[in-house]
Design a protein around this ligand. Structure first.
Ligand SMILES: [Zn+2]
Length: 267
């Protein structure tokens, strides 16, 4: 009996896969800092808020946003990011009689807020706008431009660009994520010309457009979702394991007929 092939390969020329869109994932890690005292927290933005209306009404003030973040990060007991002390009764510092989320550690006596070490840290943009941009970002599968975001939130394009780059970098690559259906695969080489490189980075014995000076990138596209990965080389032994990991068994993989994929369906 012959076993059914794991992947079916269709050889066909296709348009080049786009390389720049963010990886699709609904999870976001708030804590990107190296501070070991704080565990990473993940927020499933899609399940926390069912709609943009629900989010706007729930997080209607910056105070509500801060308290929401405090619940997510600390679960009711503030954790000092400097020494790791967790207590329900760290000092709450008041400014003009009002508490705005500035704590003082009972142990190391340093000050902190809930945003220390998060993507919101050190930003002048209000938490409401941050939450809104995370929502907008995660609900636009095809990516959102900083021009559009700046209009949506009434902020400068520079701020929008800054927020988008922080948000994009925080989105976790979903390790369990797998493509289903018809998957297009493609590999390309990116990078500058050798003559434009600094002396120590120049690659010897190459001319003009040689791929020796460029970085190979492998891309997969399926129903508008894109996955890209920088690879060591474009040999079959490198690319095939990525396909096996990221594409569901039984799916059809479409390539431009490059030899590197040979044997994918056979073993
Ligand atoms: Zn402390």
């Amino acid at each position: 009996m012959v076993e059914a092939p794991i992947f079916k390969i269709v050889r066909k020329s296709l348009n080049k896969v786009h390389k720049t869109l963010p990886r699709s994932s609904k999870f976001i890690i708030f804590n990107k800092s190296k501070m070991a005292k704080h565990p990473d927290i993940e927020l499933d933005t899609a399940s926390v808020f069912k709609s943009v209306i629900q989010m706007i009404t729930t997080l209607d003030t910056d105070k509500a946003c801060r308290e929401h973040l405090e619940r997510l990060r600390w679960n009711g007991e503030p954790i000092c990011p400097h020494c790791g002390s967790q207590r329900p009764n760290h000092y709450q510092l008041k400014y003009d009689g009002a508490f705005n989320g500035l704590y003082k550690c009972k142990d190391c006596r340093k000050r902190f807020t809930v945003t220390v070490g998060t993507i919101f840290h050190g930003s002048q943009i209000s938490l409401r706008k941050w939450f809104m941009s995370i929502y907008i970002f995660s609900s636009h599968k095809k990516g959102i431009s900083s021009v559009q975001l700046s209009k949506d939130l009434d902020i400068t394009q520079k701020s929008a660009w800054f927020m988008l780059s922080r948000i994009r970098n925080s989105f976790k690559t979903d390790v369990d994520f797998q493509f289903e259906g018809l998957v297009q695969v493609d590999e390309t080489f990116i990078g500058g010309k050798n003559k434009n490189r600094s002396k120590d980075k120049k690659v010897e014995k190459t001319q003009g457009r040689s791929v020796k000076t460029k970085t190979p990138v492998f891309g997969m596209l399926c129903e508008g979702l894109i996955y890209t990965e920088v690879v060591q080389n474009t040999r079959g032994g490198t690319l095939k394991p990525i396909i096996r990991k990221k594409v569901k068994v039984g799916c059809t993989v479409v390539s431009d007929g490059w030899m590197g994929y040979r044997g994918l369906s056979a073993d």
